[in-house]
Design a binder for this molecule. Structure first.
Ligand code: IMP
Length: 401
């Protein structure tokens, strides 16, 4: 293996957590590089379910080092809660296993308040997770963020809070009173991460960069303004960690075998009929973070072809193929005419693919479906997922990792 970035090619919730966990077996270090606790990564290991929203998925493997990079926005209280939660399931987390970049911006209470009040007040709802992600990124580019490393210097912290309060109109002392009790606990994980990561990669360690959200939620290339406030494309792995882009040669595009979306905004292949309900039910399509129902629809090959191009995807991991098992026929969107999808229809395979671990064992029609997707999105499928467990996975022989 070499350095790999794993990103979602649709609207998030493609199943990145499972693939990151699966691939992290061969990685030494797992890095999160954008987003915050708006991400929802579900991992199922030996019947134990881990729902992570902030910590890198690799945290549940005790022999791995995990990193929260500067491209993330960090709620320090959520961080500590999630550390406790993972510890309560018997996983050891120490400052040797979890490193946080000192230049990571904090999400503070005024960010989530603003996020929620804006969503309530506006006529143009985005359907955000209400976690303060957007306002925290605004502060980063507005040059009034508090960085996690600022916690080390109380005078500097006060100064920075003062600047932020001029904009957000909060009581500095109130926020300070909340931060001071957790300061030491958080600071033990804080480090100058970019230098460390570069030393590690130069020494031959394998780094896996774990994306959050999905390409269609990217603030530049997604369905703006119905997007998140960070860049979710593979290029962000470099900016959000300090590891140069030419040191990250592989891009795995996590792609659901159909389409889902949480929140508002266009979704051309959305199904509001029985098939949509069927996909939602069989695929258990409920948002990990907010518990909202996900909108479901057919696979959109036009969209995935574009996001494969934007990310430079070198291999697709096709997730949840088993959710399509019972369908009579399956549609793929191959074009748009006047913002309406044009479909190609193929017969369903109407037999279980759950738990299959080799391409040969897949029903012929499922193989045809995968092959057609490869042709349409002009990228090869290296992994096929046939269930939520780690071992319910097909790894194609010619896959590079
Ligand atoms: P925000 O990231 O909370 O600002 O929300 C902006 C949009 O991104 C909303 O439509 C959210 O539902 C969506 N979103 C944010 N994080 C995720 C995710 O991890 N999976 C899927 N959708 C997400």
């Amino acid at each position: 293996m070499s350095n790999i970035v794993v990103i979602g090619t649709q609207w998030g919730d493609e199943g990145k957590g499972k693939v990151v966990d699966f691939l992290s077996d061969k990685a030494d270090i797992i890095v999160r590089f954008q987003g915050g606790h708006n991400a929802g990564h579900t991992l199922v290991i030996n019947d134990k379910v881990f729902k992570l929203s902030l910590l890198p998925s690799g945290i549940i493997r005790e022999d791995k080092v995990t990193v929260i990079g500067n491209g993330v926005v960090l709620d320090p209280w959520v961080l500590l809660k999630e550390i406790e939660l993972v510890r309560s399931k018997g996983i050891n987390i120490t400052p040797n296993r979890l490193l946080i970049a000192d230049n990571t911006p904090l999400i503070l209470p005024y960010h989530s308040k603003l996020d929620q009040s804006r969503e309530q007040a506006t006529s143009n709802k985005i359907g955000t997770t209400g976690r303060g992600i957007g306002p925290a990124y605004e502060d980063k580019v507005g040059r009034r963020s508090i960085k996690v490393g600022d916690l080390a210097d109380i005078d500097l912290l006060k100064q920075r809070l003062q600047v932020a309060s001029e904009y957000h109109k909060f009581e500095v002392q109130t926020v300070l009173d909340k931060l001071l009790p957790i300061r030491d606990e958080v600071l033990q994980y804080v480090k100058s991460v970019a230098e460390w990561l570069n030393e590690q990669t130069n020494a031959g360690k394998n780094i896996l960069f774990e994306g959050a959200q999905g390409s269609m939620l990217d603030v530049d290339f997604g369905t703006y303004p119905y997007v998140t406030s960070s860049n979710c494309l593979a290029g962000m792995a470099s900016i959000g960690s300090g590891v140069p882009h030419n040191k990250i040669p592989y891009v795995v595009g996590i792609t659901k075998a159909y389409t889902t979306r949480v929140g508002e905004g266009p979704m051309l292949t959305e199904l509001t009929d029985d098939i949509g309900w069927h996909l939602a039910e069989v695929g258990k399509e409920k948002g990990t973070v907010t518990g909202r129902d996900r909108r479901c629809g057919w696979f959109d090959a036009v969209q995935v072809r574009k996001t494969c191009m934007l990310n430079g995807v070198t291999s697709i991991a096709l997730m949840k193929i088993d959710v399509l098992d019972q369908l009579e026929s399956i549609k793929i969107c191959v074009d748009y005419i006047d913002d309406s999808p044009v479909y190609e229809e193929i017969p369903g395979w109407k037999t279980s693919t759950v738990g299959i671990t080799s391409m040969e064992e897949l029903p012929e029609q499922a193989k045809c479906y995968i092959q057609r997707i490869e042709e349409l999105v002009q990228t090869s499928v290296g992994i096929v997922s046939t269930g939520p467990e780690r071992d319910q996975t097909i790894m194609k022989k010619d896959t590079f990792f």
